[in-house]
Design a protein around this ligand. Structure first.
Ligand code: ADP
Ligand code: MG
Length: 529
């Protein structure tokens, strides 16, 4: 069978034309986020299907919300999402660098350099750059860690709020750090509408907006044993279909009595296994409530499944379906429990070996609180990385320019055409200081030239001061980024660019392959073959 007939109703683009279209898509995608880069980047208003709106300048949020169809654009969005998962920051940087690498690669292809040679040159550049990062890095002091978290939140909220959230993130990361590892999922976030966002606070331990089920139960206590019930302490309610055939007087009472006995038996078991604190997913009957209180067992009911899981992890307790059958092995351990009013709402606060911390995010409206939550989560991610690996790189474009200078010297030692690819890769990296400058109203190319010559004179830590566009020392100004962010951005962008460069044939099952609309802006100067 001829190839054409196999590929019936499939649109096919191959060779350089495929690459050109893919590069177009990448540039278009970067065009959608490049104006958000840096502390002076602008915001985007996002509107979803149901008319919900969100204002953000977070690159990955923009891309994940946009309905992008082009497969190559999707590959880059995946690189950006991975960046978000691994490093919690640097998502716009990844997209901008990747698109720039592809744009430069295309220019080389037009000059007759084969894509696989470019891919090789890019891979060499990545290896060289990653190993050079160590020479640029500094070991962070506590103060520098806090500055770096602030840098990563720069431009997201107002300055004082960025500072507040940076310090809460670091405080939370401190609480969850154990054996040199900090797992951000150990921090719970409670959203509380009302008040100002600056009233957001951090609580050590696991907090739930709950009150004990009986006022006579002691609200403060511990250490002790906790049982987590994936059910309740309630009489079974006879369902309508299951008719009770009352044939003699007192039969209903007898039935009730039996139920009540069963309930008490469950509580006896709790006492027998030594449970001091009971948490239930469902309700607790009045009778059981009294009995628990009498037996000195503190109890909380109607706790969401998600919170039960957190409690179980915090205290090492099993989730059991039936209080009557629970054993000592099902119990977990807590160190303290108490209740406290926060923002006018009563909170139950439990501390245990792995109870982590809880942020109470406050704000006047839901969307403000959502933004506080997102920023805190980003700050926390960065704080955790920095406690695990307290290594920083200079920000404000300094690292990219320093790497660019090193790469150009390295390129001179590479004989083949890969040399051109290494220079193209270095150029792509320098798109970051160029964009930072132009998003702040300065000329990108002039700023880059000034920065390069300032670095030659005064060293690798000189970056752009965006308040006046002049080159200045970044370390003394506290503009630094975690090594993890830059490392991941470099490898994520390069790997995505290389896989796109290797595509030589695009087969579309449908006829109308869509390229995002902004494509027109990015196309000038690309030229068809
Ligand atoms: P990303 O999504 O890639 O993190 P951002 O919009 O957060 O994008 O911008 C990050 C860039 O902004 C980094 O290159 C960082 O060095 C730079 N940056 C942050 N704060 C400053 C500052 N005060 N002055 C100059 N550059 C800054
Ligand atoms: Mg950022």
């Amino acid at each position: 069978m001829a190839e054409d007939s196999i590929l019936e109703s499939t649109e096919r683009t191959s060779g350089h034309e495929a690459l050109r279209k893919n590069v177009q898509a990448a540039i278009a995608l970067a065009g959608a986020v490049r104006s958000t880069l840096g502390p002076k980047g602008l915001d985007k208003l996002l509107i979803d299907d149901s008319g919900e709106t969100m204002v953000t300048n977070d690159g990955v949020t923009v891309l994940e919300t946009a309905r992008v169809e082009h497969p190559v654009a999707k590959m880059i969005i995946t690189a950006s999402s991975t960046q978000d998962k691994v490093a919690r920051d640097g998502t716009t940087t990844t997209v901008v660098i990747c698109a720039e690498m592809l744009r430069n690669a295309w220019q080389l292809v037009r000059q007759g350099v084969h894509p696989s040679v470019i891919a090789r040159g890019f891979a060499q550049s990545e290896t060289f750059a990653l190993s050079s990062l160590n020479e640029l890095s500094i070991r962070a002091t506590r103060e520098q860690i806090e500055s770096a978290i602030e840098t990563s939140l720069a431009g997201k909220l107002d300055k004082s709020m960025e500072k507040h959230l940076a310090s809460l993130s670091l405080e939370a990361a401190d609480v969850i750090l154990s054996d040199g590892k900090a797992d951000p999922t150990r921090v719970k976030i409670i959203k509380q509408t009302g008040g100002s966002m600056s009233e957001s606070t951090l609580i050590t331990g696991l907090a739930l907006a709950k009150t004990r089920i009986h006022p006579e139960m002691k609200e403060r206590g511990g250490p002790g044993s906790i049982l987590i019930l994936d059910g309740g302490l309630e009489r079974r309610k006879p369902k309508f279909e299951s008719k009770l055939n009352i044939t003699s007087t007192g039969m209903l009472e007898a039935f009730r009595e039996a139920e009540s006995k069963a309930l008490m038996k469950q509580i006896e078991n709790l006492v027998a296994i030594g449970c001091n604190l009971l948490v239930c997913k469902e309700g607790v009957d009045d009778e059981a409530r009294q009995a628990l209180s009498k037996n000195g067992i503190l109890a909380y009911r109607r706790v969401e499944k998600r919170d039960l899981d957190l409690l179980s992890r915090a205290c090492g307790a099993n989730l059991v379906p039936d209080a009557g059958r629970a054993t000592k092995d099902d119990l977990g351990v807590f160190t303290s429990t108490h209740e406290e009013l926060r923002g006018g709402v009563n909170h139950w606060i439990l501390e245990a070996e792995h109870s982590g911390a809880t942020l109470i995010a406050r704000g006047s409206t839901q969307s403000v609180i959502d933004e506080v939550e997102r920023c805190f989560a980003d700050g926390l991610g960065v704080a955790c990385q920095l406690l695990e690996e307290p290594v920083l790189l200079p920000g404000a474009g300094a690292t990219q320019v320093a790497l660019g200078r090193k790469l150009r010297r390295f390129a001179e030692s590479v004989p083949g055409r890969e040399q051109l690819a290494i220079e193209a890769w270095a150029d792509a990296l320098e798109s970051i200081p160029r964009e930072l400058a132009s998003n702040s109203g300065y000329d990108g190319i002039d700023s880059l030239l000034k920065l390069t010559s300032a670095q030659i004179e005064s060293g690798d830590y000189i970056g752009l001061d965006l308040s006046d566009g002049k080159p200045r020392d970044t370390i003394s100004r506290g503009i630094m980024e975690p090594m993890t962010i830059t490392r991941q951005a470099i490898s994520g962008a390069t790997e995505a660019a290389i896989s796109i460069l290797r595509i030589d044939d695009v087969l579309w099952a449908q006829m109308d392959a869509q390229i995002p609309e902004e494509v027109q802006d990015g196309l000038q100067g690309l030229g068809a073959e």
